[in-house]
Design a protein around this ligand. Structure first.
Ligand SMILES: [Zn+2]
Length: 442
């Protein structure tokens, strides 16, 4: 097989970042990125389809935070998408620092105040904060040295608990506010929102010997608003596109579906949609053939999901996250020892598309290059200057070799289609933490 070409991958990266800029889910730029990916799949001769699904999209306009008492002036901030906008003059409120936002800190009268808390904010914490009836929430970035992230809350939270204007500030500014005893502040937030469509772009390479067995190689191509999202995840998309070229030329025993997932940043919307559709079809088929044993459905033919999220950083550390059988972990460890690079293996659930696929029973293997400047993810600093062709190829070539050995060339698929119970529980916990106990995904 031809070698992984870092320069080609870098060209994809450049087209997705410098040429397009941001790729916010549901935006025109995300659509342009989808057509770019489709045209690359088409060039490689893959059978390409779009899978559309609805998303709630927001467009940040203005965000301003000012401390009036004591007079600390303006503080750098980013609005939290899908919270709520204020009038142009903003809202005025007394500030209450509630530490991590755990119930132990939510004592006394907090009604009508602006709550200041250190991130992250998940479902339960959001519910607890909103019970206090605040007029605003300011979230301190949990990581040192990082500009405030451009993120959003889930529409599901809003429907359930309502919302108030929310913002994020840098950790260093959070310290300043607490230390100086910031008392009164003004928050002005404005963003537009509308219902829109995002899409998964699927390019299929039919297997030439065992076409019914399907392996996914996916990477999300959307980004946070107004940021290049270079390492997260134009980098992973670039690696995926280069792999699609190599395997389209090389051929594969089993079917490989290359997928560019849409709307990952809005909580894995594309991969959840894809997984849910598979599951619905599976259940329907089971119902129809209640008396016969149904072993073969499209869902069950999915043997593995390979996920590429955060790639290409000049400085960073290669990691692989496995939700599945021990053999899968061993295979990565052995190949990494044999040919390099070094890869740290973990079996913890992480927040990316593979978790949605594993939730419906498909084992997953996520390759990611974390640390270094990838820590800037979801901020305007996650741009192309911190990535290069060499580091796209370093991990890309390894992934290519792994796929060739175990997916494209392997006579019998080497990995059991199973996920240990302890991991299944962790996956459910992950979704519960974000969506709450009684909500379905999507
Ligand atoms: Zn990502």
């Amino acid at each position: 097989m031809e070698a992984f070409d870092g320069e080609r991958a870098y060209e994809h990266l450049r087209n997705l970042t410098v040429e397009l800029g941001h790729r916010l889910a549901g935006s025109d730029e995300e659509k342009e990125a989808a057509s770019y990916i489709k045209s690359e799949f088409d060039k490689n001769g893959l059978k390409t389809v779009f899978q559309n699904f609805p998303v709630m999209v927001y467009q940040p306009r203005t965000s301003k935070l000012e401390v009036l008492e004591p007079k600390l002036g303006e503080i750098g901030c980013e609005l939290v998408g899908l919270s709520s906008s204020t009038q142009p003059e903003g809202i005025l409120g007394e500030l209450a620092f509630v530490e991590t936002g755990d119930v132990q800190y939510l004592q006394g009268n907090l009604t009508g105040k602006i709550l200041l808390t250190i991130g992250p904010v998940r479902f339960e914490k959001y519910a607890n904060l909103m019970k206090m009836k605040p007029v605003g929430i300011v979230v301190i970035e949990p990581q040192i040295g990082k500009p405030p992230s451009r993120v959003d809350i889930l529409p599901e939270w809003r429907e359930r608990f309502g919302t108030v204007p929310m913002m994020r500030i840098a950790l260093e500014d959070g310290v300043k506010l607490v230390k100086e005893g910031a008392k009164v502040m003004r928050m002005a937030v404005h963003f537009n929102e509308k219902k829109s469509l995002s899409a998964n772009v699927i390019g299929e390479l039919k297997g030439d010997r065992i076409p019914e067995e399907i392996v996914l190689i996916g990477a999300h191509y959307d980004s946070s608003p107004g940021v290049q999202g270079a390492s997260d995840n134009a980098g992973g998309t670039a690696v995926m596109l280069e792999l699609s070229r190599l395997f389209a030329a090389n051929g594969s025993a089993r079917t490989i579906r290359f997928v560019a997932w849409g709307a990952e940043e809005l909580f894995l919307r594309g991969s959840q949609y894809y997984s849910q559709k598979l599951k619905e079809k599976d259940e329907l088929q089971k119902k129809k053939q209640a008396n016969e044993s149904v072993n073969v459905t499209e869902l069950r033919n999915h043997r593995l999901c390979i996920n590429l999220d955060v790639h290409g950083g000049i400085l960073g550390k290669n990691e692989a996250i496995v939700l599945g059988p021990q053999d899968l972990i061993s295979s990565v460890r052995l190949l990494s020892n044999e040919v390099g690079p070094a890869i740290e293996l973990t079996e913890e659930v992480h927040s990316s598309d593979s978790t949605a696929l594993s939730r419906v029973g498909i084992p997953s293997l996520s390759f990611t290059r974390k640390g270094g400047t990838a820590e800037y993810l979801h901020t305007p600093r996650d741009n192309i200057e911190y990535l290069d062709a060499h580091h796209l190829a370093m991990y890309g070539a390894f992934i290519g070799l792994w796929v060739k050995r175990y997916v494209a060339d392997s006579l019998s698929f080497p990995f059991e289609r199973s996920i240990p119970e302890s991991q299944q529980k962790k996956i459910e916990d992950y979704f519960k933490k974000r969506l709450g106990p009684n909500l379905r995904n999507c």
